[in-house]
Design a protein. Sequence first.
Length: 409
Amino acid sequence: MCEYCGTSAGWFSSSHPACVAKVQSTAKTVNAFVVETLLGGGTLADLTLGVQKILSESNVKQQYVNEALLDGLSDGISQFSKKAPISNDDYARMKAIYEAFGYESSLQRPGRMEMELSLTIWQAQNNCLQQWGESLFSLRHGEILCYQAEGVSAILLEEKTVTTGRGYGGFSVPLGHGLYGHLGESRPQKVSGLMPIDAGAFAITTENIYFSGSCATTQIPLQHVVRYQPYVDGIGVSEGNGAPKVFTLFQNCQFPDGRSISNASGYDTGWFLYPLLTALTNRLNGVSNPPTLIQTTEAVAFQNAFETFKSANEVFSDLLCNAVKKQQTIPTENLDTYAKAVNELIATAKALNVSDPAFNKALQTVETNWNAFYCGADGRIQGDACPVFISSVGDFMGIAHQLGYIGGS
């Protein structure tokens, strides 16, 4: 008997190929609908009616597409939470949806943690923070715990100079694990990289960053921070003096003394740490949070161009890593794609016609540094100009964020 339609499926068969194909197609449709509905701000009623309509039209029982539905909830909640900080109302809306569909309430379920973290960012930006939980650290009266990673979830790293038998001139590109490869002529040299110091617990409060490991403990007052450096898997913190400290979360690590930590969970927190710490530090320093995101036609085009650039930059960074590690050349078409994304970002920024002097000066710097980095006529790049260009893009987008032309982090 076919498990899907209940009719005979023949000898040694539990289903009809056509029934299997129909269920698989319906599952994809349900998954896509759930994600689209969540991203569009749909309610529980919208989701329930829409799923029932799809199942009715395809004559497929929900039990056969339930896993696809739950995956859609995971993906939709995750994407919505990372798109911009979610408000208390959005949090309540999504919570009602996942509870109604039997979605696990555990924070380990994909999407659930992003939802909690995104709400924390929103609360920090709107001065309505709630205590994260019981703190592992001794806090001052009135100090609120905003986030905490227990055990040895966090890795503390610092910049160190390491002597190597072989080095490369030119510019540095990240190779992962906090180390950097160098593109250019090979020669013996000393290189700087991020060296793991210790593993331990990590916390962020309304006033401090805390870390406590087996051999290193640190407390960084947010008011002493002069710059945050966002990483995919963590955050870099620069104070007025001394080497910057970098904290990564939920990552594997091999220490110089032979110790190793297996923390990898496939979950990155950089998207959360940077905007949270920025909001908390701005609050302490009396700096207003960015205004409501501008939604003019030109602004939306600029926002879309920035998203395209971010994706292109991730791909281009991987290509640079391969160029270093495997001595591969970067294909012309990939370089052209990256150049197109950069030029579109610059063009849409100019089309905004922003009168702010800092915005225009930073934009001009981006364009100047891009022209120094990319030689379009012969398809070559000037390696030494790469970090300068990337840094100027970061500075420019920071100003655009402050003016309300881009949102999120």
